[in-house]
Design a protein around this ligand. Structure first.
Ligand code: FEO
Length: 399
């Protein structure tokens, strides 16, 4: 049985959800699932915008067949070739052998690399090329590195619909509610939208900025991403988030405390610092055990807050491995413009503070507060003044 929704009178969401997959890209936990969005336009010609992950292909094919009825499929627009969207291309073509594929040159190359037998049906498009399907005329806008180099977005000049590929997507499976104004996005979705963006596309901020610049020149009435809700109003809200994330500006003045702890002693220091901050009025605090929190959540929070406290034991004369993994991921994703405080712990040869400092200094536009702290095995009464000083320095640096 097909399971679809109208996006407009002649455009249908024909995607689906996966709530069984544990790890997106086999890395990122998706406890609330993910949607793979695909859209089908019924004009004089019929046009499918992207496909879906292999895992939901059966439902997807039923959806296409249900909407097309007796009609054939004329075109498939492939905006993005990552297999979570492109895996089902051949399955569609088996059923609709006359369908032509519209994509960029690089996308065609990726199809070949992934082993798809489609070269005889490719229509290559470049930046600014247009195509008419009857009533609807679309323009293709390249979006390299949002999130792969072949990516493009497609803008329907007739009704203002932007097929935005990975841009403006989010984790979380859809629950029947398709549109942004049918959910409480700021309450229920924003954290997972941020975790999706920062971990998947976070590295490519300048490329996202380039796309936002292009998007500002067109009159967008609706945004149809490949994951998560379709946006039909309140664009400023999400654009503002995207603007901040892609320029690495923090969303909020606040303190993210990430600690590694083997026996609770470094955690105790982190707790003391958190209390000191709260007593001094800085109550926008988020605190995580680096060993117990998947790094994708830490990355998301790091993009959110202005200040980050790193508290780590020394381990094999290095940074505690889960903390090292987190910092390296932060560096890989190009995070910038944060202020750090560093706490190290070591029972005989503390090294983690110096090593964390070196790593943070190798990143762009990072500030490290002077008041570093070394704990010798456990926090002592005489350390209290330094904890207060670090809290004061953090708060003062926010002014
Ligand atoms: Fe949702 Fe880059 O694929």
């Amino acid at each position: 049985m097909y399971c679809v929704r109208n996006v407009t009178d002649d455009l249908y969401w024909v995607g689906g959800n996966d709530r069984r997959l544990a790890l997106f890209e086999n890395i990122h936990p998706i406890e609330r699932g993910v949607s793979y969005n695909s859209y089908l336009l019924l004009d004089k010609k019929t046009v499918l915008f992207d496909t879906v992950d292999w895992s939901i292909c059966r439902q997807f094919i039923e959806n296409i067949e249900g909407v097309l009825g007796d009609r054939s499929l004329d075109y498939i627009v492939i905006n993005h070739m990552e297999p979570d969207h492109a895996a089902s291309i051949e399955e569609v073509i088996i059923r609709y052998p006359d369908a032509k594929i519209i994509c960029t040159e690089k996308a065609a190359m990726f199809m070949h690399q992934f082993g798809f037998q489609v070269s005889d049906r490719i229509i290559e498009v470049k930046e600014g090329d247009t195509m008419s399907f009857g009533k609807h005329k679309v323009v293709f806008i390249t979006a390299p590195m949002v999130h792969w180099p072949e990516a493009m977005v497609t803008y329907d000049t007739t009704n203002g619909v932007l097929f935005s590929a990975d841009a403006f997507g989010s984790f979380i499976a859809l629950d029947g509610r398709l549109f942004n104004d049918e959910v409480n996005f700021d309450r229920d979705w924003i954290d997972e939208a941020r975790r999706y963006y920062t971990n998947i596309v976070g590295k490519y901020g300048p490329h996202v900025q380039a796309l936002l610049k292009k998007a500002s020149t067109i009159d967008i009435k609706m945004i149809c991403p490949l994951h998560g809700p379709v946006w039909r109003n309140n664009f400023e809200y999400f654009l503002d988030k995207y603007n901040k994330w892609s320029t690495y500006e923090p969303e909020e003045k606040g303190v993210l405390i990430v600690y590694g702890t083997m026996y609770g002693n470094t955690e105790a220091a982190a707790n003391n610092l958190a209390i000191s901050l709260a007593k001094k009025g800085m109550t926008n605090i988020a605190m995580y055990d680096v060993s117990k929190t998947h790094v994708s959540y830490l990355i998301s929070e790091s993009f959110k807050y202005s200040h980050i406290v790193l508290a780590s034991p020394t381990y094999n004369l290095k940074i505690y491995p889960p903390m090292l993994n987190y910092i390296m991921d932060m560096k890989a994703l190009n995070l910038q413009k944060r202020t750090f405080a560093i706490l190290e712990n070591g029972s005989w040869a503390p090294q983690s503070g110096k090593l964390m400092r070196e790593l943070i200094e190798s990143m762009k536009d990072m500030t490290i507060l002077d008041s570093e702290m070394t704990i010798s095995s456990s926090l002592k009464e005489e350390d209290a003044d330094l904890i207060e000083e670090i809290a004061d320095n953090i708060i003062n640096s926010m002014k």
